[in-house]
Design a protein around this ligand. Structure first.
Ligand SMILES: CC(C)(COP(=O)(O)OP(=O)(O)OC[C@H]1O[C@@H](n2cnc3c(N)ncnc32)[C@H](O)[C@@H]1OP(=O)(O)O)[C@@H](O)C(=O)NCCC(=O)NCCS
Length: 193
C-alpha cells in the first residue's frame, strides 16, 4: 500500500508522512536510520552492528511494501528531517491468521517524546482497521515504559511474555511482552473510528 503525502502540525513542528520512494536515496536513508536507532536503545530487534542491509535489499523491501495489499510503511519527517517510521504487515501465512496485523515503530531519539509516535500509530491503526483487520499485535521489550504506556493508552492489552527473550552483550536479559489491540470491540477504539 502507498501513503500519499499527508501533512500535520504537532508541537509547532511540520510533520510530513509518506511511503518510501523506490530510489537509492530513500533506501540508504532507511539503512542509516536502522543502524542509528538500533544503537540508541536496547528496545529494538538487534544490535547496531547486525544491521547489514544493502541498498538493493532495501529497495526490494520498499517495493514489496508499496506493492503489497497487506502492508504499509509510513516514513515521518519533522520540519523536513527524517524522524523514523512505522509499519504494519498482515499475517498472510494462512486464512486462519489473516485477520491479524503486526506493527512496528521506531523513531530517532531526537524525535521522541512530543507526540509523533501517537500520531503515527493512530494513523497506522486507522489504515489497519480500514483494511478489515480484526486485531493489531506488537511486541514491546520489558522496560520500554514509554512505548508500553503509549500502546496501553491506545487500547493494547498485555497478553503474554517470553521470558529472557533478549540477551544483551553485557550478559543481561529482558522479556518480550506481547500486546494485542482488538479492533472488533465497538466503543473501545473511538479514536480510530
Ligand atoms: C516508543 C516510541 C515509538 C514512542 O513514540 P513517542 O513519539 O516518543 O511517544 P509519544 O510522545 O507519542 O507518547 C509517549 C507517551 O508515553 C509517556 N511517557 C514518556 N516517558 C514515559 C515513561 N518513562 N513511562 C511511562 N510513560 C512515559 C508520555 O507522557 C506519552 O504519554 P501521553 O501521550 O499519555 O502523555 C518512540 O519513543 C521510539 O521510537 N522509541 C525508540 C524505539 C522504540 O522503543 N520503539 C518501540 C519498539 S516496541
Amino acid at each position: 500500500m502507498i501513503l500519499r503525502e499527508e501533512k500535520y502540525e504537532l508541537d509547532g513542528k511540520e510533520i510530513l508522512l509518506r511511503s518510501a520512494n523506490e530510489n537509492a536515496d530513500d533506501a540508504n536513508m532507511l539503512i542509516d536510520y536502522l543502524k542509528t536507532v538500533t544503537g540508541e536503545t536496547r528496545f529494538l530487534m538487534c544490535e547496531s552492528d547486525e544491521v547489514k542491509y544493502t541498498t538493493e535489499g532495501e529497495l526490494s523491501f520498499i517495493k514489496e511494501h508499496n506493492e503489497s495489499e497487506n502492508g504499509l510503511l509510513i516514513l515521518s519527517f519533522v520540519d523536513g528531517e527524517y524522524a523514523g517510521n512505522c509499519s504494519f504487515e498482515g499475517k498472510t501465512s494462512s486464512r486462519r491468521a489473516k485477520h491479524r496485523a503486526g506493527i512496528g515503530i521506531a523513531l530517532f531519539q531526537k524525535y521522541t517524546g512530543f507526540g509523533l509516535g501517537r500520531l503515527l500509530l493512530e494513523i497506522l491503526l486507522r489504515k489497519i482497521k480500514e483494511q478489515g483487520y480484526e486485531q493489531a499485535e506488537l511486541t514491546v521489550v520489558e522496560g520500554n515504559d514509554r512505548a508500553y504506556h503509549l500502546y496501553e493508552s491506545l487500547g493494547f492489552k498485555e497478553c503474554g511474555r517470553v521470558p529472557n527473550a533478549n540477551k544483551y552483550d553485557d550478559g543481561t536479559y529482558s522479556d518480550d511482552i506481547l500486546m494485542v489491540l482488538s479492533l472488533r470491540d465497538e466503543g473501545r477504539n473511538e479514536n480510530l473510528a
